[in-house]
Ligand binder design. Structure first.
Ligand code: NAP
Ligand code: ZN
Length: 349
């Protein structure tokens, strides 16, 4: 095993703390990656705090990983030593089912192997994420980072980026459609950038009135602050499409009423269960759907789209020692717009 330094949570109420563990030696199709940066996704917080049900501890979170290849197995084709790669939300899948063959592995029928808080295909080896100095991964589940994207700003693309790019592509949203992005956080700010680059007319719907200027700077044409509840009446039936990125419980019905006839609202946020009133859908033949992150093919497409359109995440780089503060600020919606850990700080204990 390869000695690896990381940060782990030992339980749902424990702070993250230094944790040493072993990574597997690279096999013929594996690459060994020295991690440079890892983004802090709200899903890390949900899972560390066991908000989605039983979590696996000790947990080394992190699924927005950027690093350099330091070893490559003899059957590795896509990368060589020195390549800069990205690793996202999953590191393996069954490779046989329909979604896997279509390179939509996140929807693997046998269950995808998540980058952390999961077990390898053997069902017993825990997976550990990117709050660590290195990772061994099958090359099929790593991505080429195009030149030109600053690496700390590329890390969040591996989750926040693909999770918002994918539904904008999949649900047939068109240029010039009126769309609303609900929640201006890590996912939301990427959604605004992508939608703008795709020619859509974007409105940010936020419970933080202070984010208006940022929303417009990021590419939105309008901003709605929900602190004034009358906005739900004023904007009824305004949008063709809504992307809901909110991490906490909220009134789904109020947001659905902002959709036009035949409009679609897609949930990417994963808060606690919420109440849905059927009439909010029935009245205007609306659709409510969900979307996970994105498969390997689409993730590479998204990275290339970012390079072409000069898109990257707005980040605040922190040393790992400030992770608890970063979690608290993220939960308070006080992140502009993604914390990214400088993994070199793991060597400064
Ligand atoms: P984030 O950076 O914390 O952003 C979430 C945003 O939600 C906040 O910035 C805030 O925006 C809004 N919000 C938070 N609390 C709220 C409240 N009480 N009422 C109304 N709005 C509130 O989180 P993130 O990393 O973007 O992740 C967002 C959600 O997506 C999380 O639940 C995460 O687990 C999930 N996620 C899902 C996938 C997937 O595969 N589908 C992938 C990644 C993440 P405003 O201040 O603008 O209101
Ligand atoms: Zn994530």
């Amino acid at each position: 095993m390869l000695a690896t330094r990381g940060y782990a949570a030992k339980g749902p109420a424990s702070p993250l703390e230094p944790y040493d563990f072993g990574r597997r030696e690279p096999g013929p199709r594996d690459i060994l990656v020295d991690i440079m940066y890892c983004g802090v996704c709200h899903s890390d917080i949900h899972q560390v705090r066991s908000e989605w049900g039983a979590s696996i501890y000790p947990m080394v979170p992190g699924h927005e990983i950027i690093g350099n290849v330091t070893e490559a197995g003899d059957k590795v084709k896509k990368f060589k030593v020195g390549s800069t790669v990205g690793i996202g939300v999953f590191v393996d899948s069954c490779r046989e089912c329909g979604p896997c063959r279509a390179e939509e592995e996140e929807y693997c029928e046998k269950g995808v192997t998540l980058t952390y808080n999961c077990y390898e295909r053997d069902g017993k080896t825990p997976t550990y994420g990117g709050y660590s100095t290195r990772i061994t991964v099958d090359e099929a589940y790593a991505h080429q980072i195009p030149k030109g994207i600053p690496l700390e700003r590329a890390a969040p693309l591996l989750c926040a980026g693909i999770t918002t790019y994918s539904p904008l592509r999949h649900f047939g949203v068109k240029a010039r459609d009126q769309i609303a992005v609900v929640g201006l956080g890590g996912l939301g700010h990427m959604a605004v950038k992508f939608a703008k680059a795709m020619g859509m007319k974007v409105t940010v719907v936020s419970h933080s009135p202070s984010k208006r200027d940022d929303a417009l700077r990021l590419g939105a044409e309008d901003f709605i602050a929900t602190s004034d509840q009358s906005v739900f009446k004023k904007n009824v039936m305004r949008f063709d499409f809504i992307l809901d990125t909110v991490s906490a419980g909220h009134d789904l019905n109020a947001y659905l009423n902002l959709l036009r006839l035949d409009g679609t609202m897609v949930m990417v946020g994963l808060p606690e269960p919420m109440l849905l009133t059927a009439s909010a859908l029935v009245d205007k033949r609306r659709r409510l759907a969900g979307s996970s992150n994105g498969g390997t093919r689409e993730t590479q497409e998204m990275l290339d789209f970012c390079a072409k359109h000069n898109i990257a995440s707005d980040v605040e780089v922190i040393p790992i020692q400030r992770i608890e503060e970063a979690y608290d600020r993220t939960v308070r919606s006080d992140v502009r717009y993604r914390f990214v850990i400088d993994i070199a700080s793991l060597n400064q204990r």
